[in-house]
Design a protein around this ligand. Structure first.
Ligand SMILES: *[C@@H]1O[C@H](CO)[C@@H](O)[C@H](O)[C@H]1NC(C)=O
Length: 356
C-alpha cells in the first residue's frame, strides 16, 4: 500500500496472470492466519492493541471483499461507470475470472482464525500467512521493510521470502470504513468522483495487500498484481491508461471500497423503463464520466508520489514508474531492474499490450 511494494515478480507475473486467469481456481486447504506477538520479539511483534486492530481489519476486509464479489457478480456490471473508471478496458470474461481470485479467495483467506506466534520465521509454510508489526525504531537490517509512506508490505514464500505482511505504523493510524465513507461522500457531493481521498481504513489496506499475497490469491504467484500507479490515490489509479488499470492492485481495492460505500456506481446503466430506475435496479446517468476525465490531474501532494524503497527480500519488487501520470503506449513501464530470475524483457514488451 502506498507503494510499499510487495516483493513480487514484476511484469512477468502480470503476463502469467493474464495467461492463467481463465483457469479454474484450484481449491486448496485454508490459509492459516498468524500474528507475531511481542512477548518475545519486541522489534517486530504486535502489541495487544495492534492485534485488536488487525482483528477488526480482518473482519472488515472479509466483509468488504464478500460484498465486492457479490456486487461485481451482477449482470452487465462491466458497463457500470465504476468498473469502466477503475478497471478500464477489462473484458467481461476477464472480470468474471478475476472476481473469484481478487475478492472471493481473498475474503475466504482473511476469514480464518488468527492465532499468535512468537517466532516470525520458524514453521512457516505455503498455506501460512503471518502478520507482524515492525516498531518504528526497528531498522531494515532487523527486518523492518516499512518506510515512512508505507501502510503495509507483503512478501511471499514463492518469491524467496515467507508469506508475511508487515503492518507499518501508518496501518494503525486510526482510519475506519465510517470515516472513509464520510470523506468519500463529501468528495462525491463536490463532484470529485475520482479525486476522493485514498481510503485509510486498515481493512482496505488488507484488501490491497492481499492482491500481492500468494496464499490469499489461491496459492498462485501468477495472480500477484503490482503497484504500477504513481501512488495509491484514486486520481493516480485512474490516470493509468485503460489497459493498465486492472493490473494495479489498488484499483481492485478501490472497486471493493465503492461496492461498500457507493454500490450504485457499480450498477449497470439504465437502459429501459422508468420503473426499473425507480427500484434502483440500475444506475441513472450522472456527471461521473466527465468528472472522471476532468479530475485526473487534481492536486497530488508531491511527497506521496515518491517511490519507496522495496523491501529487503531476496527477490524484490521494482519501484513504481516515476510520476508519469499518463503512460504513453502500452510499452514497458520505465522501471528499475527486475528480478534476474524473471527477466525476459523482449517477451514482456511483446505481450504487455495483450494482457487486458
Ligand atoms: C504470544 O503468543 C504465544 C504463543 O501463542 C502465547 O503463549 C503468549 O501468551 C502470547 N503473548 C501474549 C502477550 O499474548
Amino acid at each position: 500500500m502506498k507503494f510499499t511494494l510487495s516483493c513480487s515478480l514484476g511484469l512477468v507475473s502480470l503476463i502469467c496472470a493474464s495467461n492463467t486467469v481463465a483457469a479454474p481456481l484450484t481449491r486448496r486447504t485454508p490459509v492459516t492466519l498468524q500474528v507475531l506477538n511481542d512477548s518475545v520479539d519486541q522489534k517486530l511483534g504486535c502489541s495487544t492493541t495492534q492485534i485488536e486492530t488487525l482483528e477488526g481489519a480482518l473482519t472488515d476486509a472479509k466483509n468488504v471483499a464478500a460484498g465486492a464479489a457479490t456486487t461485481l457478480g451482477a449482470a452487465n456490471v462491466l458497463s457500470s461507470e465504476g468498473v469502466q473508471t477503475f478497471l478500464g478496458s477489462i473484458t467481461a470474461a476477464q472480470l468474471a475470472a478475476q472476481i473469484p481470485i481478487r475478492f472471493t479467495s481473498v475474503g475466504t483467506g482473511l476469514s480464518g482464525t488468527l492465532t499468535q506466534i512468537t517466532d516470525l520465521v520458524a514453521g512457516n509454510s505455503d498455506q501460512t500467512l503471518r502478520f507482524y508489526c515492525p516498531a518504528e525504531t526497528t531498522t531494515e537490517a532487523e527486518g523492518n521493510p516499512c518506510s515512512a509512506q508505507s501502510d503495509a508490505v507483503a512478501e511471499n514464500l514463492a518469491e524467496g521470502s515467507i508469506n508475511k505482511i508487515a503492518l507499518c505504523p501508518n496501518f494503525f493510524g486510526g482510519g475506519s470504513i465510517t470515516s472513509d465513507k464520510a470523506s468519500y461522500l463529501v468528495s462525491k457531493a463536490a463532484g470529485k468522483l475520482t479525486s476522493f481521498n485514498a481510503p485509510r481504513n486498515p481493512g482496505h489496506i488488507l484488501i490491497h495487500e492481499a492482491q500481492h499475497s500468494v496464499p490469499l490469491l489461491g496459492g498462485s504467484a501468477a495472480n500477484i498484481l503490482e503497484d504500477i500507479s504513481a501512488d495509491a490515490k484514486p486520481t493516480s489509479c485512474v490516470a493509468l491508461n485503460k489497459k493498465k488499470r486492472a493490473l494495479n492492485a489498488e484499483n481492485w481495492a478501490l472497486v471493493s471500497f465503492l461496492a461498500e460505500v457507493d454500490a450504485g456506481r457499480l450498477a449497470a446503466p439504465c437502459t429501459g423503463t422508468s420503473a426499473k430506475r425507480a427500484v434502483g435496479a440500475c444506475a441513472l446517468p450522472s456527471s461521473s464520466t466527465s468528472a472522471a476525465k476532468t479530475t485526473t490531474t487534481a492536486v497530488v501532494p508531491p511527497k506521496t508520489a515518491t517511490p519507496v524503497a522495496p523491501p529487503p527480500s531476496a527477490v524484490t519488487a521494482k519501484p513504481p514508474p516515476v510520476a508519469v501520470p499518463k503512460p504513453a503506449a502500452p510499452a514497458k513501464p520505465p522501471t528499475a531492474p527486475k528480478p534476474a530470475s524473471t527477466s525476459k524483457p523482449s517477451l514482456i514488451k511483446g505481450l504487455l499490450g495483450k494482457i487486458f
